[in-house]
Design a protein around this ligand. Structure first.
Ligand code: SAM
Ligand code: DTB
Ligand code: SF4
Length: 323
């Protein structure tokens, strides 16, 4: 049964289950909704890097922190499509394009729509993350064929004020609402290791699970350390089993959603990644870079999936209902 009325108490109790019980429950639900041997592969490209006016305390691309990332312009459509062709040849099913913007300017929409159409013509799913969107911008992107929009809530409402001030949690929820109502599927999750407590992680997942409809895709990022950011002073390493518990809780609260083990895999052992797949993660980012930081090499991921007897394909998803 798909629920959107989870209580914090219920989620805490699930999160605290003995690990074998937790994994069994998550894996049983995973099997009911997905092929448990399949992991979806998404490729990520930064189509506009750095110089972002937002002050997200974890991010290399904020103009508020001296991280050494240089600000660039929006990439040319043909360069983006060349990168998408390479991603497809490397086995990616989804191509995600990210821009370091507070929100897109209307004058950028023609180029963005051309990118979406071009990537779809290659036979890949399309995803973009461009910051806040107005309902009219959502309509333009949907008409061009955008399959998913990524916009994370990042952390719990209680912790949010400590990691960003220029964009509120409510701003984020408003954009999610515009995207949902505009008929684009949602990719929405958060980051672990940015000074939050386990209770914050549980509260973040409960917030996502109690949205009117669950995001179709839920990225769980581990913070990629960025020097000279405010989060550098708050960050703590995420205990490996704590990551597994967060993945399992996401799977249990949102059984039909694709749970993506996103940033931070370079610091994870193969064994930990395998545990996350058992706990219900069924998507990863592939390719040597994420937006500005490192990701495992494609050959390492191919080898890992082969050693686990798993394969890469589009994760099965129920057809979206009209908004
Ligand atoms: N500018 C757009 C926005 O924030 O709406 C899109 C790009 S932004 C980089 C997308 C997401 O990447 C953030 O919401 C955050 O969850 C994640 N992210 C950013 N920096 C990260 C880091 N250093 N480690 C892990 N995840 C990070
Ligand atoms: C998401 O949740 N993770 C991706 C994607 N959505 C856009 C971004 C990860 C960024 C990691 C830090 C970097 O490479 O700059
Ligand atoms: Fe800008 Fe997105 Fe980074 Fe925040 S997370 S500073 S909005 S690029």
């Amino acid at each position: 049964m798909i629920r959107t009325d989870w209580t914090l108490e219920e989620a805490r109790a699930i999160h605290a289950l003995p690990l074998p019980d937790l994994i069994h429950r998550a894996q049983s639900l995973h099997r009911a909704h997905f092929d448990p041997n399949v992991v979806e592969q998404a490729s990520l490209l930064s189509i506009k890097t750095g110089g972002c006016p937002e002050d997200c305390g974890y991010c290399s691309q904020s103009a508020h922190h001296d991280t050494g990332v240089k600000a660039g312009k929006l990439m040319d459509v043909q360069d983006v499509l060349a990168s998408a062709r390479r991603a497809k040849a490397a086995g990616a099913q989804r191509f995600c394009m990210g821009a370091a913007w507070r929100s897109p300017k209307d004058r950028d929409l023609d180029a963005l729509c051309a990118m979406i159409r071009g990537v779809r013509d290659l036979g890949m799913e399309t995803c973009m993350t461009l910051g806040m969107l107005t309902p009219a911008q959502v309509t333009r992107l949907r008409e061009a064929g955008l399959d998913f929009y990524n916009h994370n809530i990042d952390t719990s409402p209680a912790h949010y004020g400590r990691i960003a001030s220029t964009r509120t949690m409510q701003d984020r929820l408003d954009t999610l609402d515009h995207v949902r109502r505009g008929g684009i599927r949602l990719c929405c999750g958060g980051i672990l290791g940015i000074g939050e407590t386990e209770e914050d992680r549980i509260a973040m997942l409960v917030l996502l699970a109690n949205l009117e409809r669950h995001p179709e895709s839920v990225p769980i990022n581990l913070w990629q350390p960025i020097a000279n950011t405010p989060v550098e002073r708050m960050a703590q390493p995420v205990e490996p089993f704590s990551l597994v518990r967060a993945v399992a809780l996401a799977r249990i609260l949102m059984p039909q959603s694709v749970v993506r083990l996103s940033a931070g895999r370079t610091g994870m052992s193969d064994t930990l990644q395998a545990l996350c797949f058992l706990a219900g993660a069924n998507s990863i980012f592939v390719g040597d870079v994420l937006l500005t930081t490192e990701n495992p090499a494609s050959w390492q991921d191919a080898e890992l999936l082969a050693r686990l007897g798993m394969r890469s394909d589009v994760a099965q998803r129920p057809a979206p209902e009209p908004a």
